[in-house]
Design a binder for this molecule. Sequence first.
Ligand SMILES: *Cc1c(COP(=O)(O)O)cnc(C)c1O
Length: 229
Amino acid sequence: MGSIATNIRNIRELIKAACLSAGRQPEEVRLIAVSKTKPASLVKEAFEAGPMEFGESYGQEFLEKYEDPLLDKMPIEWHFIGHLQSNKIRFIIDKVSLVHGIDKLSTAEELSKRALQQSLQIDYLLEVNTSGEASKYGMQPNEVLSTAETLFRLPNITLRGLMTIASPDREKAREEFHQLRLLLESLKKITPEPLKLTELSMGMSGDFEDAIHEGATMIRVGTAIFGWR
Ligand SMILES: *Cc1c(COP(=O)(O)O)cnc(C)c1O
């Protein structure tokens, strides 16, 4: 692996190339640098290499990094991409621009309750288990459709799209990305706010190019930027 700056440059080139071959504009795909387990010094290095958004998965680790004096002066936009523990929700939601991993109606309700208490408007994505693997988090696609009406009505939170972690198998992954896109299309037909329901957070270090071909609007890349964890 090269330096962080080199890695980011390479990834941006690959994003451009994937967009070109998919007939999309590179601006349609946001790169979220996943910095979990990596120190604030590396977040700083990455941010200085070209401003971008960052994703964190673990509540406590995120809060410590968020407070780190090294990142004091940096206008970093954070995404929470892990599983929100109820006891951490209220400390996290005022610090992130998007919560990616809501995988149960009860968690969405808790998020809504906290957002209301703190007078915040929170954008979130539902995590979908597209692979059907029991070990994976996420709602089943049919569950998403059957709870959608309830989710749309929850106060102070707005469903902005869907997120998934695909199978390691490349062909399966591509099919799963495709399924996520179809599910988003179905949701758009029933939401009262279709213009807000636009995001597909899919694709990681090993599969982001395929995800871009299938319509990803955000890719979450850790290893290819920061090296192995
Ligand atoms: C760790 C993580 C990533 C990044 O994975 P890489 O393979 O290192 O790019 C993306 N999304 C989620 C939800 C993660 O937990």
